[in-house]
Design a protein around this ligand. Structure first.
Ligand code: SF4
Length: 497
């Protein structure tokens, strides 16, 4: 089977990530971090569901201090799950959190650099080096504090929150994301701080997978053996959310990349755990049948979905699907069948891992799915969702949505369902549903329209990155979004072919 990337062991409380440890499943709370009782309750539910790490947002110093209370209450209840603080824009909160929890995630795009404004910045090489020296000066005391407290860190890059500094020099794509991580990782290496995990996430699945592969190569070239945390941001909910996560995370795990994973769903976070476990389980089975990773070929510009009665070059069964297609030695059409005993959810994950991996490797020319557990229409719809997740073709609106967290002040799952119901047929549009105004607008990643949480119970509507209606009560927000789409001449009553 493809070798697993060699990484160091990172200790997060009693949980080890990397080296030969099993892939660690983690999740994040959606409760306000200052609400200790609600956060303890949800963290406990997540631990009971199987999350081995639980992350909570800490937007300020008081929130970071609250993590100490949450941790103490969990331990008093006998819940030992390590906690992770999620920090954006606020180094002081990171310093506070490092005293209370087992791991702190920082985002290099907004940790010391200010939040991005898409301002082009011109640096000479000397000026750029001076910026890095300044980051090092500020970052080393944080590493020292973490060392003293035995706190691990994650360098967590998001495509949607790269700094103006990085984008001006390295661009908004894979190079910028990789360099954003490497700048901080090199400081960790120089300071001999080894308790580090790294992630690069994006809502665009092919961009996320290609960039993580590039990061792994760049780290290996520099002798950096930090474990990888994998995830697809703003994956949304329901089948689409599961498919995007399984395609992105699964296709990297198949090649031995990744040590801990988080499936982000805009649902109760406990729903993420069985999906993550199903991805890991199916990847294990698929890898056992493989002798080597797929050679990487160009991805075709179209990916037909096979009709139920069409014959494929390779007719195969789940688990063997990847190995059987690779044995053909050339790109082929494939239909994968899954047994009746599998649940629809497990088939969704398995097919997304199998076909997602093969599509992104350029190994297939057309895809089909069959199972006694699915109607032909359900199998066809699933295949289309998988093709759409790989970015080749859109069959419906691209609706991205964050999972929500302690910053979310409105009913995000209900809003997402309403937007999907009203707008899914607008396949020429990308619409974002985001939980907060702090990170949401930056992380909408090229959406045409945004439905973004503002003050409690209120939402702002964006056209691109511009807010056009502010603080609309949630009850009126969908109508406001549709009004703007109509005013722009972008509304359609029915799906266009
Ligand atoms: S965009 Fe969503 S997940 Fe990200 S910080 Fe805001 S509410 Fe939380």
């Amino acid at each position: 089977m493809p070798q697993r990337r060699r990484t160091r062991a990172v200790h997060i409380g009693a949980v080890t990530v990397g080296a030969d440890s099993p892939i660690v499943v983690q999740s994040m709370t959606t409760t306000p971090t200052l609400d200790v009782e609600a956060s303890v309750c949800q963290a406990r539910r997540l631990a009971d569901a199987g999350a081995r790490l639980v992350r909570l947002t800490a937007q300020g110093v008081s929130h970071a201090a609250s993590l100490g209370e949450i941790r103490a209450a969990l331990r008093a209840q006998g819940v030992e799950v390590p906690l992770v603080a999620d920090i954006h824009f606020n180094p002081a909160a990171a310093f506070e959190a490092a005293r209370h929890v087992e791991k702190v995630r920082i985002n290099p795009g907004n940790f010391f650099d200010p939040g991005r404004t898409f301002r082009k910045m011109d640096f000479t090489d000397e000026e750029y080096a001076a910026e890095l020296t300044e980051i090092r000066r500020k970052f080393v005391p944080f590493l020292e504090l973490c060392r003293q407290n035995g706190t691990a860190i994650r360098i967590g890059v998001n495509h949607g929150s790269l700094s103006d500094r990085i984008m001006s020099r390295y661009g908004d794509g894979a190079e910028g994301m990789v360099e954003s991580a490497l700048e901080y990782l090199r400081i960790c290496r120089d300071e001999k701080f080894g308790n580090v995990v790294v992630s690069i996430k994006a809502s665009d699945v092919p961009l996320m997978t290609a960039t993580v592969r590039r990061l792994a190569e760049a780290m290996d070239a520099e002798g950096l053996d930090y474990p990888l945390h994998l995830g697809v941001t703003e994956a949304g909910n329901a089948t689409e959310g599961r498919v995007k996560s399984a395609v992105g995370i699964g296709s990297l795990l198949v090649d031995g990349l990744g040590d801990t994973i988080r499936v982000s769903l805009s649902e109760d976070p406990c729903a993420e755990i069985p999906v993550a476990e199903a991805i890991i389980s199916h990847v294990d089975s698929a890898r056992r049948n493989m002798t080597a990773a797929a050679p990487r070929r160009a991805v075709p510009a179209t990916m037909p979905v096979l009709a139920a009665d069409a014959k494929a070059d390779v007719e195969t069964e789940g688990c063997r699907a990847i190995a059987d297609v690779l044995a053909a030695g050339r790109p082929v059409s494939v239909r994968v069948s899954y047994p009746a005993a599998m649940s629809a959810d497990d088939i969704t994950v398995a097919a997304a891992v199998d076909l997602g991996y093969l599509i992104l490797a350029g190994a297939v020319t057309a895809v089909g799915i069959s199972s006694p557990a699915l109607t032909a229409a359900e199998a066809d719809a699933l295949a289309r969702d998988i093709v759409q997740a790989t970015g080749i073709e859109r069959f419906k609106a691209e609706i991205v949505a964050c999972p929500g967290c302690g910053r979310t002040l409105f009913d995000l799952p209900a809003a997402l369902d309403a937007v999907k119901k009203a707008c899914s047929h607008l396949r020429h549009l990308k619409i974002a549903v985001m939980g907060c105004i702090v990170n949401g607008p930056g992380e909408m990643a090229g959406a045409d329209y945004g439905y973004v949480g503002a003050a409690a119970g209120n939402v702002s509507i964006y056209r691109g990155i511009e807010p056009v209606r502010r603080n609309v009560p949630q009850a009126d927000a969908l109508a406001a979004l549709i009004d703007i789409i109509k005013a722009d001449g972008q509304w359609r009553e029915t799906a266009e072919k």
